[in-house]
Ligand binder design. Sequence first.
Ligand SMILES: N[C@@H](CCC(=O)N[C@@H](CS)C(=O)NCC(=O)O)C(=O)O
Length: 237
Amino acid sequence: MIDLYAMGSPNVVKVYLALEEMGLPYKVIPVDVFGGAQFDPAFTKMNPNAKVPLIVDHEGPGGRDYTVFESGAILLYLAEKSGKFLPQDPARRFDAIQWMMVQMTGMGPMFGQFVHFMRFAPPGNDYALERYRTQAKRVLEVLESRLAETPFLGGPEYSIADIATFPWARNVGPLLGKAAEADYPKLMAWVAGIATRPAVVKALAAVDDVRAKTTAFDKAKPEMLDKVFGRGAFAAA
Ligand SMILES: N[C@@H](CCC(=O)N[C@@H](CS)C(=O)NCC(=O)O)C(=O)O
């Protein structure tokens, strides 16, 4: 059994998708991030970086409990454990890993900052907003070009590269405006195809459930938002 420490955000959605796709049994432990639960000492003992997702595999290496944080590391761990969604052939394997890394180091941070400046920052941050919108669109163009060459990001097979990317890519319309979807036809067709996978449907229903059990960002106390975002009284000197 795997414990999944979760909220409803895209980085956590990746892990729901992987667990469902791989058929690994799991138990969800909601972490109320906008209530500050990631700062509890019991949680930071498991992840000193104070973020979800995190898993505890009760049948880890050597049959012992093993904790993994960072969504990319979790996807690699689960792929190794299950033997699924990461090809064995070395070239295919690193094709999948490098496209997963594009999500981890490019798409995730750029979209994350774009959403921050769009939704949470006070007015007067036009430079940052434009920079991150441009970077988000740039990475979407890279994904669009890749999907013109190959059915899935890692190559011919669905892999952890797709699992990592889907949770953000499905939000292109809500984040950039419905009209923006027309700029990325291959990517949107890929999103639509993945959305019909039975494991994905099941995972997204489970994500709705954890959302109902955790504080939504717009219901968070102002001082908790300041703490999560490292601003106001929580800004570094
Ligand atoms: N690079 C990390 C990012 C994790 C992350 O940013 N998690 C957010 C939710 S999506 C979080 O727990 N934020 C709480 C905080 O920053 O205090 C990953 O991919 O797992």
